[in-house]
Design a protein around this ligand. Structure first.
Ligand SMILES: Nc1ncnc2c1ncn2[C@@H]1O[C@H](COP(=O)(O)OP(=O)(O)OP(=O)(O)O)[C@@H](O)[C@H]1O
Ligand SMILES: [Mg+2]
Length: 362
C-alpha cells in the first residue's frame, strides 16, 4: 500500500466569521500528482496555504507522514511552493535565485554548486546560471521558479496555477514537462488550476472544489465519465443534461422514451438528471435514431463539427461529430447504454461512489 503524505482531518478555515473552507477531509498518497480544480474563489490557494503553513487552520488537523504539523512553521515543513507570478528575485541572477534557500541553510559552496547545476538540468536550463532574470522568457522564469523549489528537495511540491501566464503552446509543453518531472522525481505534486483540460491531462487524481468544499474526487476518467452532479458535469467538459425518470435499475426514461442504461440503485420512478457527453452521441438518419432532433446550428472546429439540435421536448443537444449535417434537417441521435450517466439530486460523494461500485463493479 502506498503511504499517505498529507492528511486533512475536519479542516475548517475561517477569516473572521466567514467560512472559506468547510470541514475538508482527504488523504494524499506519496508520489502522486494531485490537482485542485475549481472556479475562482473556491478555496484552492487557501488549501495550499494551509498545507504549506502560510496560514493557520481555524479547526481540524493537518498531518504530514502521519504526524500532526498544525504548529510546525512553514520553513520547517519539507514542502515548497511554486507561485503563478514566479516570485523570483529580480536583482539576483538565475543561479543565485535557485541557490537562495541553500545559502540560508548555510550549505557549503560545493554542495550549492552541485545542487543548483543539477536543478538547472532537471528543468532543462543547463548553463543558464549566469543569466539575469530580466533576460529570461516567461516559460524560462517559470522553470527557474520550479528549480528553486526543487533544490530544497521537498517531499511535497505545491504549484499554484504555475502555467496560467504562459501562451497555449508553451503551456502544453510545460504540462508535459511537469508531469514527466513529477514521475521522474517521485515527489508528491499538488497542482492548482481552474483549467479542466489541464487537470484532466496531468493528474493522477483530481479534487473538484466549489464554495470551500470538495465536491468530487477521483481519477480524470472517473470524474469525466461519472460526474456526481451538475456542477461537476458542467465544470469538467461539455455535457447535455436532460431531466428524466429512473424506471428501474438499468432503465431510464427521458424525452418520452425508455432506454437501457448501466446505472441503478435509485428509487422506482425517481426523478433524476441524465448526462450525455457531446462526443458520445452519434448522428444518423432520423428513423435510425433513439432520439430525433432538428439541427439548429453547426460549427466546424477543425477536427470535428459542433452540432446543436433540439428534440421534441425542446431540450438542446450538443453533439461532436466528424459528419457534416444540414441546418434545419431532421437527424437521428444515437448513444450507447454506457454513455448515459445518471445524476441524483443531493447525493453525497460517498453515497454516489458506493452506489456506483455496487452497480458497475468498478
Ligand atoms: N486573507 C484573507 N482574508 C479574507 N478573505 C480571504 C483571504 N484570503 C482569501 N480570502 C477569501 O477566501 C476565498 C477563497 O480564496 P482562495 O484564494 O483560496 O481562492 P482560489 O480558489 O485560489 O481562487 P483563484 O482561482 O481566484 O485564485 C475567497 O472568497 C477569498 O476572497
Ligand atoms: Mg488562487
Amino acid at each position: 500500500m502506498v503511504e499517505s503524505i498529507i492528511t486533512f482531518r475536519n479542516v475548517t478555515k475561517k477569516y473572521k466569521d466567514t467560512v472559506i473552507l468547510e470541514n475538508i477531509n482527504f488523504e494524499l498518497k506519496k508520489g502522486r500528482f494531485y490537482t485542485l480544480l475549481g472556479p475562482s474563489g473556491c478555496g484552492k490557494t487557501t488549501t495550499l496555504s494551509l498545507i504549506a503553513g502560510f496560514t493557520d487552520e481555524s479547526s481540524g488537523d493537518i498531518l504530514m507522514n502521519g504526524q500532526k504539523i498544525n504548529h510546525i512553521p512553514a520553513n520547517k515543513r519539507k514542502i515548497n511552493t511554486v507561485f503563478q507570478d514566479y516570485a523570483l528575485f529580480p536583482h539576483l541572477n538565475v543561479f543565485d535565485n535557485i541557490a537562495f534557500g541553500l545559502k540560508i541553510k548555510k550549505k557549503s559552496k560545493n554542495e550549492i554548486n552541485e545542487k543548483v547545476t543539477e536543478a538547472l538540468k532537471m528543468v532543462r536550463l543547463p548553463g543558464f546560471g549566469d543569466r539575469e532574470i530580466s533576460e529570461m522568457s516567461g516559460g524560462q522564469k517559470q522553470r527557474v521558479a520550479i528549480a528553486r523549489a526543487l533544490v530544497n528537495e521537498p517531499e511535497v511540491l505545491l504549484l499554484d496555477e504555475p502555467l496560467s501566464a504562459l501562451d497555449m503552446k508553451l503551456r502544453k509543453e510545460m504540462q508535459y514537462e511537469l508531469r514527466e518531472l513529477q514521475k521522474r522525481l517521485g515527489i508528491t505534486f499538488i497542482f492548482v488550476t481552474h483549467d479542466q483540460e489541464e487537470a484532466l491531462a496531468m493528474s493522477d487524481e483530481i479534487f473538484v472544489m466549489n464554495h470551500g468544499e470538495i465536491i468530487q474526487r477521483g481519477t480524470p476518467t472517473a470524474i469525466y465519465d461519472e460526474p456526481l452532479n451538475k456542477f461537476v458535469a458542467d465544470f469538467i467538459g461539455e455535457s447535455n443534461i436532460i431531466e428524466g425518470t429512473m424506471i428501474a435499475d438499468g432503465k431510464v426514461k427521458f424525452v418520452g422514451k425508455t432506454f437501457e442504461c448501466v446505472d441503478g440503485g435509485m428509487n422506482a420512478n425517481e426523478l433524476i438528471e441524465v448526462v450525455l457527453r457531446p462526443e458520445d452521441i452519434e448522428v444518423t438518419e432520423s428513423q435510425k435514431g433513439k432520439v430525433v432532433g432538428t439541427v439548429i446550428s453547426q460549427l466546424f472546429r477543425g477536427v470535428h463539427y459542433e452540432i446543436v439540435c433540439t428534440d421534441i421536448d425542446g431540450n438542446e443537444w450538443k453533439i461532436r461529430s466528424t459528419k457534416k449535417v444540414e441546418v434545419g434537417a431532421s437527424v437521428g441521435l444515437n448513444f450507447e447504454p454506457e454513455a448515459i450517466h445518471i445524476m441524483r439530486a443531493n447525493e453525497s460523494e460517498a453515497e454516489f461512489y458506493q452506489r456506483l461500485e455496487k452497480y458497475q463493479g468498478s
